[in-house]
Design a protein around this ligand. Structure first.
Ligand SMILES: *Cc1c(COP(=O)(O)O)cnc(C)c1O
Length: 401
């Protein structure tokens, strides 16, 4: 093995970096801090003007007609399922290569998540695999824009129209991406966003549902706050005073604070900057890693003009003598801290106890065995990017077979 190759730190070489580099990190500047402080000095900490303002901004950025911000991306998914009237006996199709929330949202409504396999080159849910799982109980598809690449929206919309299904796009990774020139968020029946600090836009916590439908919009407002309305046209009884409101459905409290809303809006003002840098880092990674036969570079459909949220490396087992866990450890020895997105959702004990079995989605399972997420975020310096490329390259070449 590799006499003239650079020795990885795992084999006694000098680590590429002295300080640790993590897979994601938020970028907070003075304008973000000022925006939050202004809210704290004002009258409203919840249900205030920062909420309506960020919702207007989200509509501008995504082209959606309506936006409803909420506590987090998981709440957004639950709200979307409630707005779609999903309930016991219903089935909701999604991908196993996602965060658990994309499937849990069906369970919250008493419905059953059904997993369909991915496309092995783009890693997104495959519309043909999803269609195979449609039956008379299917009510919705939760399609996840994995790593920020748009799912094949035309094919999913066509499938949903033909079979009478609701298309919920889990866009936790997607903000900034365009599908056929239109921003994601303005195309599916409902699109959910997340503003967790690892995501492209940070609110500490936070989420949103975007839709063009007035009907869904009204239901989303109820789903955000107890099923309570102050809209007289929705009430059953005549108000007996200006204080009057009615609870007409059952829902949790999924509100977000005005401080978080202000932070999200402030971050959205820099979305173009974030997007440009992410595209630049992605281009440099792709260029470097496509030269290494030990690695497979995630492919993209031409319809998606992608702002990446995550960068995923995939090992080619025929060409490298170490496995994913060893590759992960070798990068850690270089002080490059990776992650894995995601463990197939149905591997979790909760799902296993409810009858889901390994082997369900073979392409997703194979991807899980071979992939890891490397550092990828706006604030990475060129030196950071160079370090990652050098570390990945020395490990891939040292263990080449
Ligand atoms: C982050 C994420 C969520 C959940 O968002 P939270 O804001 O953390 O609740 C849902 N789906 C996907 C694909 C995510 O990455």
């Amino acid at each position: 093995m590799g006499d003239n190759k650079e020795k990885p730190a795992a084999e006694g070489g000098v680590p590429v970096r002295e300080s640790k580099l993590y897979y994601a990190h938020q970028s907070i500047d003075q304008s973000d801090i000022d925006a939050v402080v202004r809210v704290l000095q004002g009258d409203y900490l919840t249900c205030g003007p920062a909420i309506t303002s960020v919702e207007k901004k989200l509509c501008e950025v995504t082209g959606a007609k309506y936006a409803v911000v909420c506590a987090n991306g998981t709440a957004a998914l639950h709200m979307a399922c409630m707005a779609a009237d999903i309930g016991p006996g219903d089935e909701v199709i999604t991908t196993p290569i996602t965060f658990a929330a994309s499937a849990n949202c069906a369970l919250y409504c008493g419905a059953k998540p059904v997993f369909a396999d991915i496309n092995e080159r783009t890693y997104n849910l495959d519309p043909a695999e999803a269609e195979k799982k449609v039956n008379e109980n299917t009510r919705a598809i939760v399609a996840v824009d994995y790593t920020g690449q748009s799912v094949e929206l035309d094919r999913f919309l066509d499938l949903c129209r033909r079979r009478g299904l609701v298309l919920i796009e889990d866009g936790a990774h997607v903000i900034g991406t365009k599908y056929r020139g239109r921003p994601n968020g303005s195309i599916a029946d409902m699109t959910t966003l997340s503003f967790h600090p690892v995501k492209t836009i940070c609110g500490g916590e936070g989420g949103a549902v975007l839709t063009n439908s007035e009907t869904y919009y009204q239901k989303l407002l109820l789903a955000r706050a107890h099923g309570i309305t102050r809209d007289v046209s929705l009430m059953e009884h005549t108000p007996d005073g200006p204080w009057y409101y009615e609870q007409i459905a059952l829902a949790p409290n999924y509100r977000i604070t005005d401080m978080q809303a202000a932070l999200i809006e402030s971050q959205l003002n820099r979305l173009d900057l974030f997007a440009a840098r992410r595209k630049e880092i992605k281009r440099r990674y792709d260029e470097a890693f496509s030269r290494l036969p030990q690695l497979f570079v995630q492919e993209e459909i031409p319809e998606s003009d992608t702002v990446r949220h995550l960068y995923v490396l995939r090992l080619v087992p025929e060409r490298i003598s170490i496995d994913r866990a060893q590759f992960f450890a070798a990068l850690a020895a270089e002080n490059i801290v990776c992650n894995v997105h995601y463990i197939p959702v149905y591997y979790f004990p909760y799902y296993q106890k409810h009858g889901y079995k390994k082997g369900l989605c073979p392409k997703a399972e194979k991807l899980y065995d071979e992939m890891l997420t490397i550092p990828f975020y706006y604030a990475m310096t060129d030196q950071d990017v160079d370090d990652v490329i050098r570390a990945v390259t020395r490990i891939a070449e040292y263990y080449a077979k």
